[in-house]
Design a protein around this ligand. Structure first.
Ligand code: UTP
Length: 294
C-alpha cells in the first residue's frame, strides 16, 4: 500500500525550552526566519504526501494560524507592493491539506500518535516529530528515502542516527544487523539503555513509517517512562509481530526542543543563507578570534 498520510505530533509541553515555550509552541521557534514545523511540512511535501494530521494541544493555536490564510496581511502586502513577502506567506497557506486534532491530556508521544487512528484508518503512514528537522545535506527529503525502504520491504521503517556510544542512555536504541550500507534489520528496541546493555549505538531519530496495527499495540501499551504512553514501547509490541527496518541517517538531526541544538541549528542555517550567510560567517570568524582558550 502507498503512503499517503503523515502525522505530526506537536502537542508536547516543551519543558526543556521553558520559559520560551510557556505560551508559544516550541514547534514555532524559528530557524532563521522559518518556524521549525514549516521545515517538517516541507519535508513531507517533498515526499509527495499532501494529507497531514497535526496533533496539537493547549497553547498551540499559533501553529493552526501559521498554516491558515491571513487576508488582512495579504492585502497590506499587496498595497505596499511587497510581492516577495506576499508570495512567501501565500506559499505557506497553500501547503498540503493540514488537519488538526487536539490531544486532550498530554500522555506522551504514543498517546499523541493514537489520536491519529480515526484519520489514518487502515493505511501505513509516516510520523514526523514536529520539533525535529532532518537535514540530509543535499536538500532531499528523508521521508522520501524512508518511503523507498518501506516499498522495498512492506514493513515499518525507523530513521536511525549513530550516536556517541557513551551517550546511548539518552536515546531509544535498536539492536539487529546491517543489511547494506544504509539499511538495518531491527530485532530489538530498548529505551535509554545503559552503555553496557546497549545493543548498538543506533538511536531512533524522530521519523517513523508505521503500519496501522501500531494502534492496537498502543492500546495494549501500559504507561511507561515519565508515566507516559511511549511510542517505543508500542513498537516493541509490534516488533514481535512484524519485521522492522531502520534507515541510517547520513545527514544531521536537529532537535529544536533542545536549547543548545536550537542555537547550533540557527547558526548553521544562517551561515548557509544567500542573503546573510557571508555576514554571519564573517561575524563568527571575528568573535571566534576573540574567544579565550577553553
Ligand atoms: P518530546 O519528547 O520533545 O517531549 O516530544 P515534549 O513534552 O514536547 O518536550 P520536553 O521533553 O518536555 O521538553 C517529541 C514530539 O512529540 C510531541 C512534541 O510536541 C514533540 O513534537 N508530543 C510529545 C506530543 O504531541 N504529545 C505528547 O504528549 C508528548
Amino acid at each position: 500500500m502507498k503512503i499517503k498520510k503523515a502525522v505530526i505530533p506537536a502537542a508536547g509541553f516543551g519543558t526543556r525550552f521553558l520559559p520560551a515555550s510557556k505560551a508559544q509552541p516550541k514547534e514555532m521557534l524559528p530557524i532563521v526566519d522559518t518556524p521549525t514545523i514549516q521545515y517538517v511540512i516541507e519535508e513531507v511535501e517533498k515526499a509527495g504526501i499532501d494529507n497531514i494530521l497535526m496533533v496539537i494541544g493547549k497553547g498551540k493555536r499559533a501553529i493552526e494560524e501559521h498554516f491558515d490564510r491571513n487576508f488582512e496581511l495579504e492585502e497590506e502586502l499587496k498595497e505596499k507592493n511587497r510581492l516577495d513577502e506576499l508570495r512567501l506567506i501565500q506559499k505557506i497557506s497553500a501547503m498540503a491539506d493540514i488537519f488538526f486534532v487536539y490531544q486532550k491530556e498530554l500522555n506522551g508521544l504514543g498517546d499523541a500518535v493514537h489520536y491519529a487512528r480515526g484519520h489514518i484508518n487502515n493505511e501505513p503512514f509516516v510520523v514526523l516529530l514536529g520539533d525535529t528537522i532532518i537535514d540530509t545535506n543535499d536538500g532531499t527529503s528523508i521521508t522520501s528515502e524512508m518511503i523507498r525502504v518501506y516499498e522495498q520491504f512492506q514493513a515499518p521503517v525507523i530513521l536511525l542516527e549513530e550516536v556517541d556510544p557513551q551517550k546511548v542512555s539518552r536515546y531509544g536504541i535498536v539492536g539487529g544487523h546491517t543489511l547494506d550500507e544504509n539499511i538495518f534489520e531491527i530485532d530489538s528496541l530498548i529505551e535509554k539503555p545503559s552503555v553496557q546493555d546497549a545493543p548498538s549505538n543506533l538511536a531512533v531519530a524522530g521519523r517513523y513509517i508505521l503500519t496501522p496495527d501500531i494502534f492496537e499495540c498502543l492500546e495494549q501499551t501500559p504507561r511507561g517512562k515519565n508515566d507516559e504512553i511511549q511510542l517505543t514501547d508500542a513498537m516493541q509490541i509490534l516488533l514481535k509481530r512484524r519485521r522492522f527496518y531502520g534507515l541510517k541517517l547520513k545527514g544531521i538531526r536537529h532537535d529544536i526542543g533542545n536549547k543548545l541544538d536550537f542555537i547550533k541549528t540557527n547558526i548553521l542555517y544562517a551561515m548557509k543563507r544567500e542573503d546573510m550567510g557571508k555576514e554571519v560567517r564573517n561575524f563568527i570568524r571575528k568573535i571566534a578570534s576573540k574567544l579565550p582558550p577553553e
